[in-house]
Design a protein around this ligand. Structure first.
Ligand code: PLP
Length: 461
Protein backbone atom coordinates (compact mmCIF):
# COMPACT_ATOMS: atom_id res chain seq x y z
CA UNK A 1 0.00 0.00 0.00
CA UNK A 2 1.38 3.47 -0.85
CA UNK A 3 1.94 5.70 2.18
CA UNK A 4 -0.89 7.99 3.17
CA UNK A 5 -0.67 11.62 1.99
CA UNK A 6 -1.80 14.10 4.67
CA UNK A 7 -0.38 17.38 3.48
CA UNK A 8 -2.18 20.37 1.91
CA UNK A 9 -0.19 20.48 -1.33
CA UNK A 10 -0.65 18.72 -4.63
CA UNK A 11 2.04 16.08 -4.93
CA UNK A 12 1.88 16.34 -8.72
CA UNK A 13 3.18 19.90 -8.56
CA UNK A 14 6.39 18.97 -6.78
CA UNK A 15 9.12 20.00 -7.34
CA UNK A 16 8.11 23.56 -8.15
CA UNK A 17 10.66 26.29 -8.69
CA UNK A 18 9.02 29.74 -8.73
CA UNK A 19 12.18 31.81 -8.15
CA UNK A 20 15.63 30.56 -9.07
CA UNK A 21 17.16 29.36 -5.80
CA UNK A 22 18.59 30.94 -3.78
CA UNK A 23 15.84 33.57 -4.02
CA UNK A 24 16.03 37.08 -2.54
CA UNK A 25 14.53 36.23 0.86
CA UNK A 26 16.87 33.23 1.19
CA UNK A 27 19.89 35.41 0.42
CA UNK A 28 18.90 37.98 3.06
CA UNK A 29 18.75 35.25 5.70
CA UNK A 30 22.02 33.64 4.59
CA UNK A 31 23.71 37.04 4.85
CA UNK A 32 22.36 37.70 8.34
CA UNK A 33 23.39 34.18 9.40
CA UNK A 34 26.98 34.83 8.34
CA UNK A 35 27.24 37.83 10.69
CA UNK A 36 25.60 36.10 13.67
CA UNK A 37 26.52 32.42 13.65
CA UNK A 38 29.90 30.73 14.10
CA UNK A 39 30.49 29.11 10.73
CA UNK A 40 32.17 25.94 11.99
CA UNK A 41 30.04 23.74 9.75
CA UNK A 42 29.99 23.46 5.97
CA UNK A 43 26.57 23.91 4.40
CA UNK A 44 26.25 22.49 0.92
CA UNK A 45 24.04 25.19 -0.67
CA UNK A 46 21.82 28.06 0.51
CA UNK A 47 18.55 26.24 1.18
CA UNK A 48 16.48 28.27 3.66
CA UNK A 49 13.50 26.23 4.76
CA UNK A 50 10.14 27.68 5.77
CA UNK A 51 7.85 24.67 5.92
CA UNK A 52 7.73 20.94 5.45
CA UNK A 53 5.02 18.65 4.06
CA UNK A 54 5.88 14.98 4.54
CA UNK A 55 8.71 14.32 2.05
CA UNK A 56 8.54 17.85 0.59
CA UNK A 57 10.07 21.11 1.84
CA UNK A 58 9.26 24.70 0.95
CA UNK A 59 11.86 27.45 1.06
CA UNK A 60 11.31 31.06 2.11
CA UNK A 61 10.84 32.14 -1.52
CA UNK A 62 8.07 29.61 -2.15
CA UNK A 63 10.04 26.91 -4.01
CA UNK A 64 9.03 23.31 -3.34
CA UNK A 65 11.73 20.61 -3.17
CA UNK A 66 11.65 16.83 -2.91
CA UNK A 67 13.49 16.13 0.33
CA UNK A 68 16.20 13.50 -0.18
CA UNK A 69 17.87 14.54 3.10
CA UNK A 70 15.11 14.26 5.71
CA UNK A 71 17.05 16.83 7.76
CA UNK A 72 20.00 14.38 7.76
CA UNK A 73 18.13 11.14 8.39
CA UNK A 74 15.94 12.66 11.10
CA UNK A 75 12.50 13.16 9.56
CA UNK A 76 11.81 9.49 8.90
CA UNK A 77 8.05 10.00 9.30
CA UNK A 78 8.17 13.13 7.14
CA UNK A 79 7.71 16.78 8.05
CA UNK A 80 4.73 17.90 10.09
CA UNK A 81 3.02 14.55 10.26
CA UNK A 82 -0.39 15.43 11.78
CA UNK A 83 -0.08 12.74 14.46
CA UNK A 84 3.27 14.14 15.58
CA UNK A 85 1.95 17.71 15.58
CA UNK A 86 -1.02 16.64 17.67
CA UNK A 87 1.11 14.65 20.15
CA UNK A 88 3.45 17.61 20.67
CA UNK A 89 0.55 20.04 21.21
CA UNK A 90 -1.20 17.70 23.62
CA UNK A 91 1.90 17.16 25.75
CA UNK A 92 2.90 20.85 25.68
CA UNK A 93 -0.42 21.68 27.32
CA UNK A 94 0.26 19.21 30.15
CA UNK A 95 3.93 19.76 31.09
CA UNK A 96 7.08 20.35 29.04
CA UNK A 97 9.78 19.33 31.53
CA UNK A 98 10.30 17.64 34.84
CA UNK A 99 13.84 16.19 34.94
CA UNK A 100 13.47 12.44 34.55
CA UNK A 101 16.73 11.67 36.32
CA UNK A 102 15.25 13.17 39.51
CA UNK A 103 11.53 12.33 39.19
CA UNK A 104 9.16 10.00 37.35
CA UNK A 105 6.43 10.29 34.71
CA UNK A 106 4.44 7.76 32.77
CA UNK A 107 5.70 8.66 29.29
CA UNK A 108 9.15 7.33 30.24
CA UNK A 109 7.95 3.80 30.90
CA UNK A 110 5.52 3.93 28.00
CA UNK A 111 8.20 4.91 25.48
CA UNK A 112 10.88 2.65 27.02
CA UNK A 113 8.60 -0.38 26.81
CA UNK A 114 7.94 0.38 23.12
CA UNK A 115 11.70 0.70 22.53
CA UNK A 116 12.26 -2.58 24.34
CA UNK A 117 9.93 -4.26 21.85
CA UNK A 118 11.73 -3.03 18.73
CA UNK A 119 15.39 -3.16 19.80
CA UNK A 120 17.12 -6.32 18.50
CA UNK A 121 18.69 -7.37 21.79
CA UNK A 122 17.07 -10.38 23.41
CA UNK A 123 16.43 -10.74 27.13
CA UNK A 124 16.14 -8.06 29.72
CA UNK A 125 17.10 -4.56 28.58
CA UNK A 126 17.58 -1.11 30.11
CA UNK A 127 17.28 2.35 28.54
CA UNK A 128 19.09 5.62 29.26
CA UNK A 129 17.70 8.77 27.59
CA UNK A 130 19.88 11.49 26.12
CA UNK A 131 19.43 14.60 23.97
CA UNK A 132 21.53 13.82 20.89
CA UNK A 133 23.66 11.29 19.09
CA UNK A 134 26.90 12.49 20.57
CA UNK A 135 25.48 12.29 24.07
CA UNK A 136 24.34 8.72 23.43
CA UNK A 137 27.91 7.85 22.42
CA UNK A 138 29.38 9.63 25.47
CA UNK A 139 27.02 7.66 27.67
CA UNK A 140 27.85 4.37 25.94
CA UNK A 141 31.57 5.07 26.49
CA UNK A 142 30.98 5.63 30.20
CA UNK A 143 28.75 2.56 30.44
CA UNK A 144 31.39 0.39 28.67
CA UNK A 145 34.32 1.49 30.76
CA UNK A 146 32.22 1.79 33.92
CA UNK A 147 30.83 -1.72 33.52
CA UNK A 148 34.36 -3.10 33.90
CA UNK A 149 35.11 -0.64 36.73
CA UNK A 150 37.97 0.69 34.63
CA UNK A 151 39.74 -2.65 34.36
CA UNK A 152 39.47 -2.40 30.54
CA UNK A 153 40.58 1.11 29.60
CA UNK A 154 40.78 0.67 25.78
CA UNK A 155 38.07 1.05 23.16
CA UNK A 156 38.24 0.28 19.45
CA UNK A 157 36.60 2.29 16.66
CA UNK A 158 36.92 2.31 12.86
CA UNK A 159 38.53 4.60 10.32
CA UNK A 160 35.77 6.35 8.41
CA UNK A 161 33.52 6.33 11.47
CA UNK A 162 31.46 9.27 12.63
CA UNK A 163 30.24 9.13 16.21
CA UNK A 164 29.90 12.81 17.13
CA UNK A 165 31.72 16.02 17.96
CA UNK A 166 32.11 16.21 21.74
CA UNK A 167 35.36 15.06 23.32
CA UNK A 168 34.60 11.39 23.90
CA UNK A 169 32.72 10.83 20.65
CA UNK A 170 35.22 12.98 18.70
CA UNK A 171 37.98 10.65 19.87
CA UNK A 172 36.09 7.79 18.19
CA UNK A 173 35.26 9.80 15.05
CA UNK A 174 37.66 9.42 12.12
CA UNK A 175 35.86 10.31 8.92
CA UNK A 176 37.66 13.62 8.12
CA UNK A 177 40.85 15.09 9.65
CA UNK A 178 39.19 18.53 10.08
CA UNK A 179 36.82 17.01 12.65
CA UNK A 180 39.82 16.45 14.97
CA UNK A 181 42.29 19.10 13.75
CA UNK A 182 43.45 21.46 16.50
CA UNK A 183 41.55 19.76 19.31
CA UNK A 184 44.17 17.48 20.81
CA UNK A 185 44.74 15.81 23.17
CA UNK A 186 41.89 13.41 22.48
CA UNK A 187 40.42 11.00 24.97
CA UNK A 188 43.23 8.45 25.39
CA UNK A 189 43.18 4.70 24.70
CA UNK A 190 41.07 4.79 21.54
CA UNK A 191 42.43 2.50 18.82
CA UNK A 192 41.30 2.94 15.22
CA UNK A 193 41.30 0.11 12.71
CA UNK A 194 40.37 0.11 9.01
CA UNK A 195 36.73 -0.49 8.07
CA UNK A 196 35.85 -2.94 5.30
CA UNK A 197 34.73 -0.42 2.66
CA UNK A 198 34.05 -2.91 -0.15
CA UNK A 199 34.54 -0.44 -3.02
CA UNK A 200 37.82 0.81 -1.55
CA UNK A 201 39.01 -2.07 0.60
CA UNK A 202 41.99 -0.76 2.61
CA UNK A 203 43.66 -4.18 2.24
CA UNK A 204 43.52 -4.19 -1.56
CA UNK A 205 40.90 -3.27 -4.15
CA UNK A 206 41.00 -6.69 -5.72
CA UNK A 207 39.59 -8.37 -2.64
CA UNK A 208 35.99 -9.53 -2.68
CA UNK A 209 33.66 -8.14 -0.02
CA UNK A 210 34.04 -11.29 2.04
CA UNK A 211 37.81 -11.27 1.73
CA UNK A 212 37.87 -7.63 2.77
CA UNK A 213 35.81 -8.44 5.88
CA UNK A 214 38.17 -11.32 6.71
CA UNK A 215 41.23 -9.12 6.17
CA UNK A 216 40.01 -6.53 8.67
CA UNK A 217 39.16 -9.19 11.26
CA UNK A 218 42.57 -10.80 10.73
CA UNK A 219 44.31 -7.45 11.12
CA UNK A 220 42.56 -6.87 14.42
CA UNK A 221 43.58 -10.30 15.74
CA UNK A 222 47.14 -10.31 14.45
CA UNK A 223 48.21 -6.70 14.60
CA UNK A 224 46.08 -5.06 17.27
CA UNK A 225 45.59 -7.90 19.75
CA UNK A 226 48.83 -9.59 18.70
CA UNK A 227 51.13 -6.56 18.93
CA UNK A 228 49.50 -3.58 20.60
CA UNK A 229 46.99 -4.32 23.32
CA UNK A 230 45.76 -7.43 25.04
CA UNK A 231 42.03 -7.93 24.30
CA UNK A 232 41.38 -8.29 28.04
CA UNK A 233 42.10 -4.56 28.31
CA UNK A 234 39.47 -3.59 25.70
CA UNK A 235 36.03 -2.70 27.04
CA UNK A 236 34.15 -2.07 23.79
CA UNK A 237 34.19 -2.02 20.02
CA UNK A 238 32.09 0.84 18.61
CA UNK A 239 30.90 0.50 15.02
CA UNK A 240 28.29 1.75 12.56
CA UNK A 241 26.46 -1.10 10.79
CA UNK A 242 26.36 1.21 7.76
CA UNK A 243 28.93 4.01 7.90
CA UNK A 244 27.02 7.29 7.53
CA UNK A 245 29.21 10.38 7.25
CA UNK A 246 31.98 8.07 6.02
CA UNK A 247 30.07 7.56 2.74
CA UNK A 248 27.03 5.31 3.28
CA UNK A 249 29.29 2.29 3.29
CA UNK A 250 27.67 -1.14 3.77
CA UNK A 251 30.15 -3.62 5.25
CA UNK A 252 30.19 -7.31 4.33
CA UNK A 253 27.98 -9.56 6.42
CA UNK A 254 30.83 -11.79 7.55
CA UNK A 255 32.58 -8.78 9.07
CA UNK A 256 29.75 -7.86 11.43
CA UNK A 257 29.28 -11.52 12.32
CA UNK A 258 33.03 -11.86 12.88
CA UNK A 259 33.02 -8.84 15.18
CA UNK A 260 30.34 -10.53 17.29
CA UNK A 261 32.40 -13.73 17.48
CA UNK A 262 35.52 -11.78 18.41
CA UNK A 263 33.80 -9.76 21.13
CA UNK A 264 32.20 -12.91 22.55
CA UNK A 265 35.56 -14.65 22.62
CA UNK A 266 37.26 -11.84 24.56
CA UNK A 267 34.36 -10.58 26.66
CA UNK A 268 34.38 -7.20 24.88
CA UNK A 269 31.14 -5.21 24.53
CA UNK A 270 29.82 -4.66 21.01
CA UNK A 271 28.38 -1.15 20.72
CA UNK A 272 26.21 -0.60 17.66
CA UNK A 273 25.87 3.08 16.71
CA UNK A 274 22.48 3.37 15.00
CA UNK A 275 22.16 7.13 15.35
CA UNK A 276 21.89 7.48 11.57
CA UNK A 277 20.92 3.97 10.44
CA UNK A 278 18.20 3.33 13.04
CA UNK A 279 14.47 3.86 13.19
CA UNK A 280 13.55 2.23 9.93
CA UNK A 281 16.09 4.01 7.75
CA UNK A 282 17.37 0.74 6.24
CA UNK A 283 13.97 -0.94 5.94
CA UNK A 284 14.36 -2.69 9.29
CA UNK A 285 14.01 -1.05 12.68
CA UNK A 286 17.79 -1.19 13.10
CA UNK A 287 20.44 -1.83 10.43
CA UNK A 288 22.14 -4.53 12.52
CA UNK A 289 19.12 -6.76 11.84
CA UNK A 290 20.36 -7.18 8.25
CA UNK A 291 23.43 -8.96 9.59
CA UNK A 292 21.78 -11.44 11.95
CA UNK A 293 23.77 -10.22 14.95
CA UNK A 294 22.76 -8.91 18.38
CA UNK A 295 24.93 -6.20 19.89
CA UNK A 296 25.27 -5.51 23.64
CA UNK A 297 24.42 -1.82 23.40
CA UNK A 298 22.67 0.28 20.74
CA UNK A 299 22.99 4.06 20.58
CA UNK A 300 20.29 6.07 18.85
CA UNK A 301 19.07 9.67 18.32
CA UNK A 302 18.22 11.55 15.08
CA UNK A 303 14.90 10.01 13.88
CA UNK A 304 13.72 8.79 17.28
CA UNK A 305 11.41 11.76 17.93
CA UNK A 306 10.71 13.31 14.51
CA UNK A 307 13.14 16.20 14.98
CA UNK A 308 12.73 16.85 18.68
CA UNK A 309 16.01 16.45 20.52
CA UNK A 310 15.99 12.96 21.99
CA UNK A 311 18.46 10.11 22.04
CA UNK A 312 18.70 6.79 23.82
CA UNK A 313 21.13 4.10 24.82
CA UNK A 314 19.59 0.65 25.06
CA UNK A 315 21.61 -2.29 26.31
CA UNK A 316 21.48 -5.66 27.96
CA UNK A 317 20.36 -5.22 31.56
CA UNK A 318 23.53 -6.87 32.84
CA UNK A 319 25.67 -4.26 31.08
CA UNK A 320 23.64 -1.12 31.84
CA UNK A 321 24.81 -1.13 35.44
CA UNK A 322 26.44 2.22 36.20
CA UNK A 323 26.18 2.90 39.94
CA UNK A 324 23.71 5.39 41.38
CA UNK A 325 24.87 8.99 41.01
CA UNK A 326 27.44 8.22 38.31
CA UNK A 327 25.48 9.30 35.22
CA UNK A 328 22.45 11.54 34.64
CA UNK A 329 21.32 14.66 32.77
CA UNK A 330 18.68 17.39 32.98
CA UNK A 331 16.86 17.19 29.67
CA UNK A 332 17.12 13.49 28.69
CA UNK A 333 13.70 11.93 28.17
CA UNK A 334 11.97 15.27 27.70
CA UNK A 335 8.20 14.61 27.87
CA UNK A 336 7.33 16.45 24.63
CA UNK A 337 10.07 14.55 22.79
CA UNK A 338 8.87 11.24 24.27
CA UNK A 339 5.28 11.99 23.24
CA UNK A 340 6.53 12.57 19.68
CA UNK A 341 8.73 9.44 19.96
CA UNK A 342 5.75 7.26 20.83
CA UNK A 343 3.96 8.48 17.70
CA UNK A 344 7.08 7.86 15.57
CA UNK A 345 7.00 4.18 16.53
CA UNK A 346 3.23 3.99 16.02
CA UNK A 347 3.41 5.65 12.60
CA UNK A 348 6.26 3.48 11.33
CA UNK A 349 4.32 0.39 12.43
CA UNK A 350 0.80 1.37 11.43
CA UNK A 351 1.73 2.97 8.09
CA UNK A 352 4.07 0.10 7.25
CA UNK A 353 6.96 2.44 6.52
CA UNK A 354 9.57 -0.32 6.76
CA UNK A 355 8.02 -1.95 3.69
CA UNK A 356 7.86 1.38 1.85
CA UNK A 357 11.54 2.04 2.68
CA UNK A 358 12.51 -1.36 1.22
CA UNK A 359 10.34 -0.96 -1.87
CA UNK A 360 11.32 2.60 -2.76
CA UNK A 361 14.95 1.97 -1.75
CA UNK A 362 15.25 -0.99 -4.13
CA UNK A 363 13.77 1.10 -6.93
CA UNK A 364 16.21 4.00 -6.36
CA UNK A 365 19.22 1.67 -6.22
CA UNK A 366 18.17 -0.12 -9.38
CA UNK A 367 17.78 3.15 -11.30
CA UNK A 368 21.31 4.28 -10.41
CA UNK A 369 22.77 0.84 -11.12
CA UNK A 370 21.18 0.86 -14.58
CA UNK A 371 22.60 4.33 -15.12
CA UNK A 372 26.13 3.00 -14.58
CA UNK A 373 25.92 1.63 -18.14
CA UNK A 374 25.47 5.16 -19.45
CA UNK A 375 27.37 7.46 -17.10
CA UNK A 376 31.06 6.96 -16.40
CA UNK A 377 30.85 9.28 -13.38
CA UNK A 378 29.03 6.70 -11.23
CA UNK A 379 31.53 4.29 -9.68
CA UNK A 380 29.44 2.46 -7.09
CA UNK A 381 25.82 2.21 -5.92
CA UNK A 382 25.11 0.69 -2.52
CA UNK A 383 22.79 0.87 0.44
CA UNK A 384 20.07 -0.73 2.51
CA UNK A 385 16.48 0.49 2.43
CA UNK A 386 16.45 4.28 2.12
CA UNK A 387 20.09 4.72 3.16
CA UNK A 388 21.67 4.82 -0.29
CA UNK A 389 25.08 5.99 -1.46
CA UNK A 390 25.95 6.74 -5.09
CA UNK A 391 29.72 7.16 -5.29
CA UNK A 392 31.01 9.45 -8.02
CA UNK A 393 34.47 8.88 -9.48
CA UNK A 394 36.48 10.77 -12.08
CA UNK A 395 37.75 7.51 -13.50
CA UNK A 396 36.28 4.03 -12.99
CA UNK A 397 39.67 2.34 -13.19
CA UNK A 398 41.57 4.51 -10.72
CA UNK A 399 38.44 5.27 -8.66
CA UNK A 400 39.67 8.85 -8.28
CA UNK A 401 37.23 10.76 -6.07
CA UNK A 402 34.96 13.16 -7.97
CA UNK A 403 34.54 15.69 -5.16
CA UNK A 404 34.18 18.76 -7.37
CA UNK A 405 31.71 16.99 -9.61
CA UNK A 406 29.74 15.95 -6.52
CA UNK A 407 29.41 19.60 -5.47
CA UNK A 408 28.19 20.50 -8.96
CA UNK A 409 25.62 17.70 -8.93
CA UNK A 410 24.27 18.74 -5.53
CA UNK A 411 24.07 22.43 -6.39
CA UNK A 412 22.40 21.81 -9.74
CA UNK A 413 19.91 19.36 -8.18
CA UNK A 414 19.04 21.96 -5.56
CA UNK A 415 18.35 24.50 -8.28
CA UNK A 416 16.06 21.97 -9.97
CA UNK A 417 14.12 21.10 -6.84
CA UNK A 418 15.81 18.10 -5.24
CA UNK A 419 17.46 18.65 -1.87
CA UNK A 420 20.25 16.13 -1.44
CA UNK A 421 23.74 16.28 0.10
CA UNK A 422 26.98 14.31 0.09
CA UNK A 423 28.86 11.95 2.38
CA UNK A 424 32.43 10.68 2.42
CA UNK A 425 34.56 12.28 -0.29
CA UNK A 426 32.33 11.98 -3.33
CA UNK A 427 29.13 10.14 -2.46
CA UNK A 428 25.57 11.31 -3.09
CA UNK A 429 23.79 10.57 0.17
CA UNK A 430 20.17 9.60 -0.40
CA UNK A 431 18.02 9.50 2.73
CA UNK A 432 14.45 10.71 2.12
CA UNK A 433 11.62 10.37 4.64
CA UNK A 434 10.47 6.75 4.79
CA UNK A 435 6.98 7.72 3.64
CA UNK A 436 8.09 9.14 0.31
CA UNK A 437 5.66 7.96 -2.38
CA UNK A 438 7.15 6.09 -5.33
CA UNK A 439 6.09 8.86 -7.77
CA UNK A 440 8.13 11.48 -5.90
CA UNK A 441 11.15 9.18 -5.63
CA UNK A 442 10.93 8.57 -9.39
CA UNK A 443 10.78 12.28 -10.14
CA UNK A 444 13.74 13.04 -7.88
CA UNK A 445 15.81 10.23 -9.41
CA UNK A 446 14.97 11.45 -12.95
CA UNK A 447 16.27 14.89 -12.03
CA UNK A 448 19.39 13.58 -10.29
CA UNK A 449 20.27 11.32 -13.21
CA UNK A 450 19.75 14.14 -15.68
CA UNK A 451 22.03 16.38 -13.62
CA UNK A 452 24.72 13.66 -13.29
CA UNK A 453 24.67 13.17 -17.08
CA UNK A 454 25.05 16.90 -17.61
CA UNK A 455 27.98 17.18 -15.18
CA UNK A 456 29.52 14.09 -16.80
CA UNK A 457 29.18 15.60 -20.30
CA UNK A 458 30.57 18.99 -19.34
CA UNK A 459 33.52 17.96 -17.17
CA UNK A 460 37.12 18.09 -18.33
CA UNK A 461 38.31 14.49 -18.41
C1 PLP B 1 26.39 7.38 13.28
C2 PLP B 1 26.33 8.68 14.03
N1 PLP B 1 26.65 8.71 15.33
C3 PLP B 1 26.60 9.84 16.04
C4 PLP B 1 26.24 11.05 15.46
C5 PLP B 1 26.19 12.30 16.26
O1 PLP B 1 24.88 12.70 16.43
P1 PLP B 1 24.52 14.21 16.85
O2 PLP B 1 24.82 15.07 15.67
O3 PLP B 1 23.07 14.16 17.21
O4 PLP B 1 25.38 14.54 18.02
C6 PLP B 1 25.90 11.06 14.10
C7 PLP B 1 25.53 12.32 13.42
O5 PLP B 1 25.47 12.45 12.24
C8 PLP B 1 25.95 9.86 13.37
O6 PLP B 1 25.65 9.83 12.06
Amino acid sequence: MPPKWYWPIDMNEVPKIVVEPPGPRAMEIVKADSTLIMQSFGRWYPLVIRRGYGPVIEDVDGNLYIDFNAGIAVMNVGHSHPRIVEAIKRQAELFTHYSMTDFYYELIVKHASMLRDIVPISGDKRVFYTNSGTESIEGALKISRGHFRNQRPYVIAFLGAFHGRTYGSMALTASKPIQRFGFNPMLPNVIHVPYPYPYRCPFGRDLTEEECGEAVLGYMEDWIFGKLVDPSEVSAIFFEPVQGEGGYVVPPRNFIQGLRKMTDKYGILLVDDEVQSGFGRTGRWFAIEHFGVEPDIITMAKAIAAGLPLGAIVGRAGVMDLPRGSHANTFGGNPVALAAGIEVINIINEEDLLTNAQRVGEYIKRRFMEEMDRTELIGDVRGLGLMIGVELVRNRKTREYASKELEQVLLESFKRGVAVIGAGKSVIRIAPPLNIPMELAERAVDILIDVIRKVDRERVK
